[in-house]
Design a binder for this molecule. Structure first.
Ligand code: SF4
Length: 376
């Protein structure tokens, strides 16, 4: 493979990686232009194995989208409805949200992941009380809730500073932030696909604030629509720069654009090879972010398995009841058992490790794959 890497003109990049040197913007663009996907995967896999060997992480989680009412108009979104009462709109009562956790009293969940539309009429107390209620029902559960876009929206709607919003949510039980809402950081793209929500600087500032308050967060990148390769690399470097400052990102999560039922439906979805390429380049460029995650709901289960040899070391979790991608045409299951996840990781030649949100090991690779916890 070394000869192949040299013939592709990537010897310099491989040398930098061997020496632990950081890759540049130009290196990132060259990696995206590399025609040899397997060579790219080989390089990314070396970096993955340096950090994690064959370990592949997942968690036992539940996803909750408490409302899809949203005042923003992101072109790629198939989930949102503009007003309460619009066809297909819904807003859960607090009891309905809490029931999602109560119904799973028999499951050893470690995390609830909550993201919502930007609802114009709900009071701040709705969100605070939602968190308090989850902790009352299950005090040990980790609450990974509200994207930076939601935090910015709360601050504007309730006339508070971003930091005050984070502090009050933290006091009510918030443990960390998910990475959603990053889309593509480049202004050119943001203006076209998501002009009326929190911009890049504020997204990054909110993550920085969360890190300073002791919370861990993730960062995403929506790929496969109108963004260029340069804009993808720029996105990665902006995430890398913040990570240099704070060290608070746990995972980088490329998210595949899905074209069904939204205003960008004329565009094709990204191919499997493009998905593998994006994950591999992410691993190579983001030398300071520990984990690269393939969100199997979005990539498809089979591509996620292959991605475990293209830089990916994390597959998210059991998920359960995902709506955002399924309303955009995802044909993946809405949930997986922990046993199924472990078996698919093992079938890909990797070692399954159940983790909690903060990557503490819950169940190591030595445990049997027929883990007892079942979804439903
Ligand atoms: S992506 Fe989020 S902010 Fe944008 S329209 Fe959909 S729900 Fe609203």
């Amino acid at each position: 493979m070394q000869k192949r890497i040299a013939a592709l003109g990537l010897g310099n990049i491989a040398g930098k990686l061997d020496a632990g040197e950081r890759l540049t913007f130009d290196d990132g663009v060259r990696l995206f232009e590399c025609p040899d996907l397997l060579a790219l995967g080989w390089l990314a896999n070396r970096e993955r194995e340096k950090r994690h060997d064959g370990r592949t992480y997942y968690n036992f989680n539940i996803r909750l989208e408490a409302t899809n009412v949203c005042v923003a108009s992101c072109l790629f979104c198939s989930f949102a409805r503009l007003r309460p009462g619009d066809a297909g709109s819904y807003t859960m009562s607090l009891e309905q949200a809490w029931d999602k956790l109560r119904e799973r009293a028999h499951q050893p969940l470690t995390e609830i992941h909550v993201v919502n539309g930007l609802h114009p009429d709900l009071p701040f107390d709705y969100y605070l009380e939602m968190l308090r209620g989850f902790k009352r029902i299950r005090p040990g559960i980790h609450l990974k809730c509200f994207t930076a876009v939601e935090i910015a929206f709360f601050a504007d709607l309730y006339k508070m500073a971003d930091e005050q919003v984070l502090r009050e949510l933290k006091d009510a039980g918030l443990d960390s932030l998910p990475g959603g809402g990053a889309e593509i950081f480049a202004e050119r793209v943001r203006r076209k696909i998501c002009h009326d929500k929190c911009g890049t600087e504020r997204y990054l500032e909110i993550h920085k604030l969360a890190h300073r308050l002791g919370m861990r967060t993730n960062v995403t990148m929506l790929y496969g629509h109108i963004e260029t390769r340069d804009e993808r690399v720029d996105h990665m470097l902006r995430a890398r720069a913040l990570q240099d400052e704070t060290g608070g990102f746990q995972a980088f999560i490329p998210l595949a654009f899905h074209p069904d039922n939204n205003q960008m439906r004329k565009l094709p979805a990204p191919s499997a090879t493009e998905t593998l390429r994006v994950h591999a380049v992410s691993r190579l460029m983001l030398d300071n972010i520990p984990h690269v995650k393939a969100f199997w709901i979005a990539t498809g289960v089979e591509v996620a398995q292959v991605a475990l040899w293209f830089g990916v070391d994390d597959l998210d979790g059991t998920v359960q009841e995902e709506k955002i991608y399924h309303m955009a045409g995802a044909r993946t299951p809405e949930a997986m058992t922990t046993g199924a996840i472990r078996r698919l990781i093992r079938a890909a030649g990797r070692d399954p490790v159940e983790r909690d949100t903060l990557y503490n090991v819950v169940t190591g690779p030595e445990a049997p794959d027929e883990a007892p916890a079942l979804v439903q």
